[in-house]
Write a protein that binds this ligand. Structure first.
Ligand code: ZN
Length: 278
């Protein structure tokens, strides 16, 4: 579930809550999601550690401690974080629970068990797939129009595939990829090399605008961090509903195995694609 705006919100919440709290006990329910990259293993490695800082790095959340280990979590599609005041019934999605010294619990839940939880030596990310390969942080000042023009130049992928390529842009997921393309008025199957210069500029602008809007909307909803906030989205998962701009029925299509949602009027296919795709 967590996409960039969700992770920004979750990170902020956890960075307020966790620092200074010490882990009294480590309760593991789903070892399948755990990757201990230190010899002590997950439980011994974390027990008695005191949380220091929380960072976001692309789709990862990284937690530092006063000792030389870091907890790095890639929640993938379904990972959720939860702060509980008392021990919940574990439920099927519970992967692990860290019992904190103030009596609260920091839980990681994952229905699909696709997320990955690494315990590594501090600053040692070599063995964490995709950690060091993240592209430009789209929330950073470095993500300028010129940088974006250089990144997309000579790309032959479909634009939606390009948006979700985390080695280029870190990090856009399925929901906001659809929202960005809707905002930019681009059909998701447009190839990058079919985009006019003005469309590239619009796309850069839409990335910034839509992600900022997503962050504001998730913040405004002010839900607990384990709740997915998606009421604000305009096309994602809205198949057969009217487009909020023009009332045309929103469609769903597949792009390289991912569902994509778009308005066929606001996001018309480029001419070459009628030949290729229909
Ligand atoms: Zn429309």
């Amino acid at each position: 579930m967590p996409e960039l705006p969700d992770l920004v919100y979750i990170k902020k919440h956890l960075a307020d809550f966790l620092p200074g709290k010490r882990i009294k006990a480590v309760e593991i329910k789903e070892p399948i999601v755990l990757r201990a990259l230190i010899p002590e293993g997950f439980e011994d490695g974390l027990k008695n550690a005191c949380f220091q800082k929380v960072y976001r790095h692309g789709p990862f959340l990284t937690f530092t401690f006063e000792i030389d280990v870091e907890l790095v979590i890639h929640p993938m599609l379904a990972g959720k974080f939860k702060i509980a005041e008392r021990a919940d019934k574990p439920g099927r999605s519970m992967c692990f629970s860290l019992h904190l010294d103030d009596g609260s619990f920091f839980n990681y839940l994952d229905d699909k068990k696709m997320g990955k939880v690494y315990l590594t030596k501090a600053d040692d990310y070599d063995k964490i797939p995709r950690y060091l390969q993240q592209g430009i942080n789209i929330l950073s000042k470095k993500f300028t129009l010129e940088t974006f023009q250089n990144l997309i130049a000579k790309q032959r992928k479909q634009v939606r595939v390009f948006l979700m390529d985390q080695t280029r842009l870190s990090a856009i997921g399925n929901a906001y990829a659809d929202e960005i393309l809707f905002d930019a008025g681009l059909h998701p199957k447009t190839f990058c090399n079919q985009l006019a210069a003005a469309e590239v500029d619009t796309l850069h602008h839409s990335i910034l605008r839509v992600i900022k809007w997503g962050i504001e909307q998730v913040d405004k909803a002010a839900k607990p961090i384990d709740i997915k906030v998606r009421d604000h989205v305009k096309v994602r998962n809205r198949k057969d509903q009217p487009c909020p701009k023009c009332k045309t029925t929103i469609r769903r299509a597949g792009v390289l195995g991912h569902d994509t949602f778009f308005c066929p009027s606001c996001q018309p296919a480029k001419r070459a694609q009628f030949i290729t795709w229909n």
